[in-house]
Design a protein around this ligand. Structure first.
Ligand SMILES: Nc1ncnc2c1ncn2[C@@H]1O[C@H](COP(=O)(O)OP(=O)(O)O)[C@@H](O)[C@H]1O
Ligand SMILES: [Mg+2]
Length: 154
């Protein structure tokens, strides 16, 4: 049995002037994933969180067309180079426990999966076991996006 050891993701700040640049940054993140990483994405509606997830998905050998902003489902699993859970908490009912709504306990039992969570801040204080990265995107509409990647805890 092999155990994936999460590796480091390059941290820092980027400016993205176009959807393509955000997608490409997602590709570079995806290329660095080895399984066991949790990526919390934050930023306003229309910031480009899903665009970034599509880039990550592309790097993991998934069809990025399958990555959408889910209307009703909160969790979409995708099997590529790594099992990837794309979670979007935007439609989480106010006051609902995010971890309960998406059965995070169950998802996190697979320590080799990649878990990407849009509106990750809505998780609240749920204790995350693995390697956690925060990606913040600011700006929307025609504005350039400022994207920051930082390590949130290991
Ligand atoms: N620099 C950029 N990076 C990402 N998306 C951009 C950028 N400039 C414009 N856009 C547009 O912003 C929208 C982002 O949508 P989406 O990724 O669904 O946002 P979110 O998931 O954060 O709500 C897309 O329509 C995209 O074409
Ligand atoms: Mg989205």
């Amino acid at each position: 049995m092999t155990t994936a050891t999460p590796q480091s993701i390059t941290t820092g700040e980027w400016i993205s002037f176009h959807e393509r640049e955000t997608f490409d940054l997602g590709v570079r993140i995806g290329e660095q994933l080895s399984g066991g990483e949790i990526i919390l994405l934050n930023g306003p509606l229309g910031a480009g969180k899903t665009v970034l997830v599509k880039g990550i998905a592309h790097a993991l050998g998934l069809d990025e067309e399958d990555v959408t902003s889910p209307s009703f489902t909160l969790v979409n699993p995708h099997q590529g180079r790594l099992l990837t859970y794309h979670i979007d908490l935007y439609r989480l009912d106010e006051g609902a426990s995010a971890a309960h709504a998406v059965d995070l306990d169950e998802i996190l039992t697979d320590e080799t999966a990649v878990v990407i969570i849009e509106w990750g801040e809505r998780l609240g204080s749920y204790p995350l076991p693995a390697s956690v990265w925060r990606v913040g995107i600011s700006g929307d509409g025609d504005e350039p996006r400022k994207i920051s990647i930082s390590a949130a805890g290991h």
